[in-house]
Ligand binder design. Structure first.
Ligand code: HEC
Ligand code: HEC
Length: 298
C-alpha cells in the first residue's frame, strides 16, 4: 500500500523529532534562519491566494496536537488557534521556523519538510481563521476585573483592540477567547524576552507593569467574548475530521484516520505533563471558576 501524504508527513515528523539537528543539516529545502528572511516569508505568504480546502489538508498534521477544532486546552498547554487572523498565524509559523520563537514541541511540524512552503502556510492560516472558536475558554480567578479592564484599555487596547480582537495589519493576535494560562505564559515570555519575536513591538511598553496588574489584565482579557458569529455551538465537533480519535484526560491524542497503524507512539513530541499531576493519580477536581467541558471532549 502506498501511504498517503499525511502518513509520510507524520513519519517524517517523528524522524525529525528524534534527530532534529541532523535532519536540519540535511534539509534540501531552504529554511529561513534570520529575521529578515522570516519577514519576507510572511509578506510573500500574505500576498498569495489562500485556499481553505487545501488548508484543511495541511491542518491534518496540526490536528494531532491542536485537535480538529483548534480550541486548545484549558490548562494552556495548547493555545486556541481557531479564528486567529491569518497574518498572525503566518507570522508565528514563520517565526517558529526561523527560530525566532521557541516551540520545540511543534517546530518539526512547522518545518518545510512537513508543513510545506509559503502556499501551505497561507492555506493553513486561512483554514484556522475559518474555524469557529471555542465557546468555553478557561478564565482567570475573577478578582478586580474592573481594574483589569481599565489597565487593559490603557496599556493594551491600542494594539489588541478594545474587545481583544487584535489587529491583523500589525500582526497583533486576537486575544479574546484565549485560555487564561496560555495568556499568562505568553505574556511572561514576551515580558522576559524569552519569546523574542515580540520583544520590540510590545515588550518595551509592558515591561514596567506590576505582576499583580498583569494578572488582572490577563484575567479581564480571558473574559472578553469574541463576536457571537465567530463562536461555535457548545460541544461542536469539526466534521472535517470524522475519523479523529480523541484521547482521555484532556490530552490531545490524534489517531485514527490521520495516523497510519504502523506508526510508533509519539511521546517525545508531546509536551511533558505538569509534574504535579502524575498519570497514576486521578485528575484534580475542577476549579469552581473554571468553565470546564467534560473530560476528553476538547
Ligand atoms: C506536537 C504538537 C504540535 C503540533 C503537531 C502542532 N503544534 Fe502548534 N503548538 C503546539 C504547542 C505546544 C504550542 C504552544 C507553544 C507555546 O507555549 O509557546 C503551539 C503553538 C502554535 C501557534 C502559536 C499560537 C499563538 O497564538 O501563540 C500556532 C500559530 C500553531 N501552533 C500552529 C500550528 C500549525 C499550523 C500546525 C500544523 C502545521 C501545528 N501548530 C502543529 C504544539 C503543536
Ligand atoms: C505596541 C503594540 C502592542 C501593545 C501595546 C501590546 N501588545 Fe501584545 N502583542 C503585540 C503583538 C504585535 C503581538 C504578537 C507578537 C509576535 O509577533 O509574536 C502581541 C502578542 C501578545 C500576546 C501573545 C498572544 C498569542 O496568541 O501568542 C499576549 C498574551 C499579549 N500580546 C498581551 C498583551 C497585553 C496584556 C498587553 C497590555 C498590557 C499588550 N499585549 C500590549 C502588540 C502589542
Amino acid at each position: 500500500m502506498i501511504p498517503n501524504s499525511t502518513s509520510i508527513k507524520i513519519a517524517l515528523a517523528a524522524t525529525l523529532c528524534a534527530s532534529f539537528s541532523l535532519a536540519q543539516a540535511q534539509s534540501p529545502h531552504h529554511v529561513p534562519y534570520n529575521l529578515e528572511e522570516a519577514r519576507q516569508e510572511v509578506e510573500a505568504a500574505l500576498d498569495l491566494d489562500a485556499d481553505v480546502e487545501r488548508g484543511r489538508k495541511v491542518y491534518e498534521v496540526c490536528a494531532v496536537c491542536h485537535l480538529p477544532e483548534g480550541w486548545g486546552s484549558e490548562n494552556g498547554l495548547y493555545p486556541q488557534l481557531a479564528g486567529q487572523h491569518p497574518s498572525v498565524t503566518i507570522k508565528q509559523l514563520a517565526d517558529i521556523r526561523a527560530r525566532n520563537r521557541d516551540n520545540p514541541t511543534m517546530r518539526p511540524f512547522a518545518s518545510p519538510e512537513v508543513l510545506g512552503g509559503i502556499q501551505q502556510i497561507a492555506d493553513v492560516a486561512a483554514y484556522i481563521a475559518a474555524l469557529p472558536m471555542s465557546p468555553r475558554n478557561s478564565v482567570g480567578p475573577g478578582r478586580d476585573l474592573e481594574r483589569g479592564g481599565e489597565l487593559y484599555q490603557q496599556y493594551c487596547a491600542e494594539c489588541h483592540g478594545d474587545q481583544g480582537q487584535g489587529d491583523p495589519e500589525e500582526y497583533a493576535p486576537r486575544l479574546h477567547g484565549q485560555h487564561y494560562p496560555y495568556l499568562v505564559r505568553q505574556f511572561e515570555w514576551i515580558r522576559q524576552g524569552k519569546r523574542r519575536n515580540a520583544s520590540s513591538k510590545m515588550g518595551r511598553q509592558v515591561r514596567e507593569l506590576h505582576p499583580r496588574d498583569e494578572r488582572l489584565i490577563l484575567d479581564y482579557i480571558s473574559r472578553l467574548s469574541p463576536p457571537a458569529e465567530m463562536v461555535a455551538e457548545t460541544n461542536w465537533q469539526n466534521p472535517d475530521f470524522p475519523g479523529f480519535v480523541r484521547g482521555s484526560m484532556g490530552m490531545p491524542y490524534g489517531r485514527g484516520a490521520t495516523m497510519p497503524p504502523m506508526m510508533p507512539p509519539m511521546p517525545p513530541m508531546m509536551p511533558p505533563r505538569p509534574p504535579q499531576y502524575p498519570a497514576a493519580r486521578p485528575a484534580p477536581p475542577p476549579h469552581p471558576l473554571d468553565r470546564s467541558r467534560p473530560e476528553g471532549s476538547e
